[in-house]
Design a protein around this ligand. Sequence first.
Ligand code: SAM
Length: 291
Amino acid sequence: MTDTQIVADWYNRNAALEHDRLNNCRLEFSISLKAIHQCVELLGEQRPLRILDVGGGTGRYVELARRGHSVTLTDISESELNLAKSLATEFGVTLEAIVTADARSIQVGSKEDNPQSIFITSAYDLILCQGPMYHLLEESERLHVLCACASMLRPGGILAVAFVTRYAHLRDIAQREPARLAEEFDSFYREYLSSGKYTRNPTMTSHHTSAEGIRGLFRKVDGQLRTRENVGLALTRILACEGFLGGGLAGRLGDLSPGSYERWVDVVMQFAEDEGLLGNADHLLAIAERK
Ligand SMILES: C[S@@+](CC[C@H](N)C(=O)[O-])C[C@H]1O[C@@H](n2cnc3c(N)ncnc32)[C@H](O)[C@@H]1O
């Protein structure tokens, strides 16, 4: 089992730093936001959507509330949620609710059974889950969170889920500390490459995967949902959030003028679903539809 207290403590200690770091990872955010806007369009932007952001952190997607949608935020880190509250105030928007919770403990029920809960069956048009998957070590934990998210979607609703790739970590050490792979192959990397469990850092636990790992996970979620609840979850897209510019190659784009930057975003987005690029990205965004 993941010790999620380690994860909560890390984000509580580093909330402000994390907010700035995420703002600096502009390409990942720009591509994810574009994909999410496409989901909103598919769902019909004519009416305000009910959106739940699980692992919503410091509230980067509060942006959706600015566009008139009803946004509910939940995260394991109270300090990050406090920052999200300030951000919402700064933007002049009201969030539907902000709830501190470990995604693993989500129990979905009907509104009648628990009127105060935000974890309601078939309540949401769109659910974002961009955080828990790359911190939960056990597949059973990841399956629980995705099944819970699917149960909270209305039929036809969309789930957007973020993952981190194993290649991202390997690229990182190749650049910063290339001797480490051989030095720690027997003691750590052999197991890491097969399980994706990154437990080497005592102050943070992470899980890294691949496009194939994501497809396998969604097949299991769909199977469990069909057996237990007679509903399904179909994986429709996987996007490479940094496209062909993973491993820090997009670093200089942040210095560009808005017009020049947006041209890059459009080109990266054009090829974001190229199968050959899915291993090139550090973050993958999976889009699935509740059946
Ligand atoms: C890198 S941040 C991303 C935040 C936000 N989704 C975004 O894209 O800007 C990862 C987030 O996942 C949250 N998280 C990790 N494990 C979680 C869990 N078990 N339950 C709820 N939130 C979790 C963290 O607290 C953190 O806010």
